[in-house]
Design a protein around this ligand. Structure first.
Ligand code: FAQ
Length: 330
């Protein structure tokens, strides 16, 4: 497929004729569905795009532990506590696979960490919202992990081998997360009037931020056209957002809850739900650091880094003495 023919979203993409021989051979490999591996030649833009997306994704998994971690000590039962601990731990694991995948492209873990802690690097807007009630933990699993899966299932087919392979495992775990969140919502909706109200309130607060996870609308997406030509992304932001709405509205119906959007309506002709416009001003404000918890999240990550200094120093000292012993023994 000619790169140029990809649905127009964002900047214009070079046609095969405009590419030099090396770029053309690379694009033809991608078009033939052959995976790109770290040691293969790749255009600098491809490498940079992947480092940007994979590191942002890794940071999201790491920062994403914070809103749910907030409820570990207040989970309503021992079982719920154990499940939540396992889920939060999974998110840490996802961050680590993703940092490893990004490192294969030549960026160091230290650099990525520095960029996160200084506020230079982005992470998903969704994690800048607070978790006010236990129902928020249900809503995060159901909606946030649900949106993450919708976005990540196509990433399993990403043209870059290490990212696509990391996504296969991540998606399996996210499916479990989504089900545990929906299970919490089912229990609350089957419970007392107050519990059901709590579930509705969580849906009201998490619905729009979840739709924002898919990124700006296709008209405003800077990277989509090139990322789709390189088969890093398989679908545009709006396509995935629509799929998410189509999947989630019937799930809300089943719970007896209503998403906070009066424009949601089944459109027979399109075979999809119509829905209202996302508040893009809010989205860009949160992405630029002005969300309810941006400062708190960065402060928590910086504190964790500073508090871990003694452990990193200990590891380095151990590694140095072990290496010195090895040299002496040789
Ligand atoms: N938040 O041109 P596009 C999870 C930025 S994992 C913040 O459309 P692209 C698991 C974007 O980076 C959730 N920034 O960009 C979990 C770019 O800025 P830049 C994370 C956003 O890359 C669950 C600019 O806007 N998932 O939830 C957002 O083609 C529960 C223009 O945007 C991933 O990262 C946003 N929502 O498409 C963990 C998946 N959207 O870099 C714990 C992989 C856009 O030029 C608990 N990433 N921006 O400065 C992707 O699929 C893509 O990167 C998109 C954005 C779709 C996020």
């Amino acid at each position: 497929m000619y790169a140029q023919q990809v649905k127009s979203t964002g900047a214009r993409v070079k046609s095969l004729e405009e590419m030099d021989a090396q770029e053309r051979a690379f694009q033809e490999r991608i078009d033939a569905g052959i995976k790109i591996e770290p040691k293969d030649w790749m255009p600098e833009g491809y490498r940079k795009t992947l480092i940007r997306q994979i590191s942002q994704h890794a940071h999201s998994e790491i920062v994403g532990q914070l809103p749910e971690g907030n409820w570990i000590t207040s989970a309503p039962t021992l079982d719920r506590k154990a499940i939540l601990i396992a889920k939060v731990q999974d998110e840490a694991g996802h961050g680590l696979y993703l940092y490893c995948a990004a490192e294969t492209l030549g960026v160091s873990r230290d650099q990525m960490t520095k960029d996160l802690l200084s506020g230079k690097a982005k992470y998903s807007s969704i994690f800048n919202y607070p978790t006010l009630t236990w129902a928020d933990i249900g809503a995060i699993g159901w909606l946030v992990d649900g949106a993450a899966i919708m976005n990540q299932v196509p990433l399993q087919r990403c043209s870059f081998g290490p990212y696509s392979r990391a996504m296969i495992r991540v998606c399996k775990e996210e499916s479990f997360h989504q089900r545990q969140g929906y299970d919490i919502m089912m229990k609350l909706c089957d419970g007392t009037v107050e519990q059901k109200e709590m579930a509705q309130d969580a849906l009201n607060r998490w619905w729009w931020p979840s739709l924002m996870m898919f990124g700006p609308s296709d008209n405003d997406s800077v990277h989509s056209a090139q990322s789709m030509a390189w088969k890093i992304k398989q679908d545009s932001n709006d396509e995935l957002r629509q799929k998410f709405v189509d999947q989630t509205v019937p799930q809300a119906d089943y719970l007896g809850l209503k998403p906070p959007d009066p424009d949601i309506k089944w459109n027979e002709a399109r075979g999809a739900y119509d829905f209202g416009e996302v508040d893009w001003e809010e989205f860009f404000r949160v992405v630029k650091g002005g969300g309810p918890c941006n400062k708190e999240r960065l402060a928590a990550r910086n504190k964790a880094w500073d508090d871990g200094a003694w452990f990193r120093d200990g590891l380095m000292a151990y590694a140095a003495t072990r290496d010195a012993r090895k040299v002496a023994a040789e």
